[in-house]
Design a protein. Sequence first.
Length: 248
Amino acid sequence: MKITGNTVFIPGGTSGIGLGLALRLQAAGNTVVVAGRRAALLDEIVRDHPGIESIVLDTTDPDAVVAVSAEVQRRWPETNVVVAMAGIMQPEDVLTGGFLETAESIVTTNLLGPIRLLAAWTEFLQSRPSAAFVTVSSGLASVPLPITPTYNATKAAIHSLSEGVRVQFAGTSVQVVELVPPAVRTTLLGQQDDPSAMPLEEYLDETMALLESQPDAHEILVERVKFLRNAEAEGRYADVLAVLSGGH
């Protein structure tokens, strides 16, 4: 993926890694359109960061994904990069059936959302030169955090999805890039003050550097995530799972 000269659409770009990446990409010389559910928050972002564009989108609404994607394609016809950033992470207690509503919400946001975006954008992106569809998985796709089982499962599915569609896009103009964050200091699961999580700006620094130095990369793996990503290959899986299990 080239690092500059793109028009980038980022559903889920209103906070955390999504907003940070949007601002870094804008600073690198890209036109950036962020999307999210809350119009007031989008207005605030546009006001505070001149040049950022915005549009309201709830990626859990399949009709909205189709309609808003079509509007973005009409208003910003140079769009050649889509970053499927929107995601939620919530703990679940599976010892009773009450977790099901939470699990279904996580699947809808984290897995169906990116799949619906892919369906809405696949033909358009193939018409654009130097295009990219960027997915966001997690180090927890490789070793699960037991208190968030459905989140882990959706991120493992996103990894597999990325691998599969990358093969199908071979020979087209569309590159599939998978961001694989470790725990990062954002509000996701209340990690903004977690000293064991990676500072957001450090994650963004390393991610942007990797995108620039590895334009053909399939995965963007910062050093901190390799503790999880390489655990099974290095024979550390059981030990890492035990660490993530804590008192369980």
